[in-house]
Unconditional design. Structure first.
Length: 81
């Protein structure tokens, strides 16, 4: 019942398969992309501005956190008296 069924006349796999070498793909010319200096300058200025804004947000977050800790400690000392 659970025995495997074998074929009556098994065929051996071929000894050697002949494959045809694929031809090299045809290369199409790549379009020339010119980048102007104005575009490069705009990207650099935009990166500097975004980095400065990110730094400003980080400094603001740290200063707000420090102010919250100071106010919390001052209020805790006032409640203990």
């Amino acid at each position: 019942m659970f025995l495997p069924k074998y074929p009556d006349n098994p065929t051996p796999p071929p000894a050697h398969t002949h494959t045809v070498a694929a031809q090299a793909p045809v290369r199409r010319p790549v379009p020339q992309i010119s980048v102007s200096t104005g575009a490069v300058a705009a990207v650099l200025v935009g990166g500097v501005v975004l980095t400065a804004l990110l730094a400003a947000v980080a400094v603001t977050a740290v200063s707000v956190a420090v102010a919250a800790v100071v106010l919390r400690s001052m209020l805790r000392d006032q409640h203990r008296r």
